[in-house]
Design a protein around this ligand. Sequence first.
Ligand code: AMP
Ligand code: TRP
Length: 332
Amino acid sequence: MTRIFSGVKPSGHLTLGNYLGAVRQWVAADQAPDEALFCVVDLHALTVEHDPARVRRLSRQAATLLLAAGLDPQRCTLFVQSHVDEHTRLAYLLECTAGDGELRRMIQYKEKAAKAQAAGDGVRLSLLTYPVLMAADILAYRTDEVPVGEDQRQHVELTRDLAVRFNQRYGHTFTVPKATHPKVAARVMDLQEPTSKMGKSHENGAGIVYLLDEPGVVAKKVMRAVTDSGDGGVVYDREARPGVANLLDLLAACTGGDPAVLAEGYSGYGALKRDVAEAVVELLRPVQERHAELAADPGAVEKVLREGAGRARALARPVVDRAYEAIGLLAP
Ligand code: AMP
Ligand code: TRP
């Protein structure tokens, strides 16, 4: 059996990028409770300026949306990171395994640190150690596969390096995991700025489709998407035509099919945008309907999270205890 672990940060409303790049793969992978674990990684949302009430609200919303998207708590374990202390216990041991230099080289750290500095906010130390906590999330469960979008590739590579290093130094303790990415839409781009990823904490929401956007809002955002100048018609070229390629990727991800082949069916951007808008609205409709039902019963979602945390703790504790012993700490 292959064990799967992945997570989403409650740092903003979930986007179409989260859904296509990650969550949809999770739903497809959703298997036995011991084998698939999905986590709302709330501690990770504290690494940049945050509003406590908002993080709490978004954590509940993210869990509700994951259930609405189709995760079945009978078949997988869904929980909140801060409910399982093993993550932070293990993170410290991995801080004693990782080097300062390799963390400073992380692309996401460099980008986010620069952004925090530009905004006049300090750079939180936890932003630097973020990938170590992420490695702890993954390694605490002896995870085999981590289904994520492309942007997480470097973090999962670091996780692998830390697992190998720890095992070599202290004896075999961790499974060395690998990242898996969807075939299409592993990197959904911002509709207004198609050279950057559609990220939930972008300042300008016009290029971001949120999972809970009303159909009219989704259609407007898609119809206003930036396309590329040039009169070569509709062709799939991620380098030269990033805007159009992104729309074709979205259409392919929603309807199945190959983006380059789909391009052949269009002579103009207008018709393409109309079809993308309709496909995205239809993709989100059942998720939104189910979300409305689940949000009406927050007690039920809390119960799922409580039970999920119990199961997760039972899996992680022996692994983390083993790591404590292996690294040289006296058993209590
Ligand atoms: P985050 O929003 O950073 O917590 O990301 C949660 C998951 O969604 C991760 O697996 C990311 O790789 C994935 N993800 C986030 N944004 C995108 C995007 N624009 N395209 C594809 N995957 C994404
Ligand atoms: N860093 C991931 C992101 O920004 C979120 C995350 C935290 C994660 N811990 C994880 C993803 C463990 C997969 C596995 O998307």
